[in-house]
Design a protein around this ligand. Sequence first.
Ligand code: GLU
Ligand code: ZN
Length: 490
Amino acid sequence: MEVRVRYAPSPTGLQHIGGVRTALYNYFFAKANGGKFILRIEDTDRERYTDESLQDLYDTLSWLGVKWDEGPVVGGPYGSYVQSERLELYQKYAKQLVEDGKAYYCYCTPERLEKVRQEQIASKSQYQGYDRHCANLTAEERAELEKQGIKPVIRLRVPTEGKTTFHDILMGDITRKNKDVSPDPILLKSDGFPTYHLANVIDDHLMKITHIMRAQEWIPSGPLHILLYNAFGWEPPQYCHLPMVMGKDGQKLSKRHGDTAVRDFRAKGYLPEAILNYVSLVGWSLDGSTEFFSREELEKCFKLENIHVSPAVFDYKKLDWFNGQYIRAKSDDELASLILPYMQKAGFISAEYTEDEKKKLMRLVPALKERMKVLSDCVALSAFLFEDKPCLEKETYIAKKCTEEQTKEALMKAGEIVLADSKAGLPFAETEAKVCKLAEDMGIKVNGCFQPIRVAITASTVSLPLHDSIELLGLEETERRIKRAQELFN
Ligand code: GLU
Ligand code: ZN
């Protein structure tokens, strides 16, 4: 049997790390098994729907290089793949359930439901939820309510006795008492729109989905979905609920931890390869040790059995590390074109991108490559070449555990060494050795000598390697900046 899986997001917000991981796992599983990856848009919640989030979904998947075999835009044999275009279908199937006695029309007003709820609270009733008021209306009673023009909803008849079990590939059997399943949930709303449960189950069946891989937060819906499959007389697909993605503190990953929207990672200059690689490892591993995977490799080696059962932690530092690795693996040409937009936005390079600018950028790239974690770092790291904003706060020059006096001395002596050696064209290793000796004689750490020089030249404590900075800036300008810093301390 052909593997058919789907990613079924609701376009009500930006694609986030957890959602994208679900998409990737489905996609890799389909590819690794020669199956089909289907994209379905679950857009029946019209109040929360936005065009922007639908566009963001398309942008994110194409940025990651994930192509769907069936779905919106590309079509397929079971379309439409957009739920709001399938309303008649859901209505037809809901009516069929009513005819079969598995579901019924409910005419209760919101006011009545609210009153029931308040009464349940007041009487501390064990029974919570809809009171099945309309479960056994006679044809006459219904006709009377219809005459009053009340538009009914359709509710599923959930058995009050017994249990429902479904099997999860990772979690094993999950069983709930039917009386704990929400009493007679709405399947079809009075405006003819389905609820998530109805549309989701019908579509998974009609689209011949074989495996459902989705976030663990959907587990509570599992028993209800099984009851729905039973009501229709359909075979449910296999389930594989994915472990939660958490922050380091063990809480569900959210904005409190940092960026969660893929769009924001992208804007900062994370590479799609790095996101795809790292996100795949949040809750999955091949052998517990291999770290680098390309999309093509994952399309071959992904196995469900290797998904971890326990919650996974999203580690921002680890992602930065991966991104740095992928940046360093880029050719200079590739990296230049990746950082160009950032440099232009910062005003360091013109829109024309002249030959001279290109030369300058290409000289800069090898040094940047060593230091960048994300593409946008290029702006702060290279600012000193494009603008001269001297640092006027003495504290910035003073390294940890150094005094102002020592810093002044370092600036004078190390400054002279650096300038003299550079003029003489000596290899930087020699200069470094001399500065180390100087620091030793002064009884301070070597950074006590290098930090003031770095700040003098780049106005920042984080910068490109010093010798690259000097070379890129030119000797004359380097000298001018070192002298200026010396004066600041005089
Ligand atoms: N539309 C649901 C979501 O937004 C789909 C859940 C499922 O995969 O069944 O996550
Ligand atoms: Zn009712």
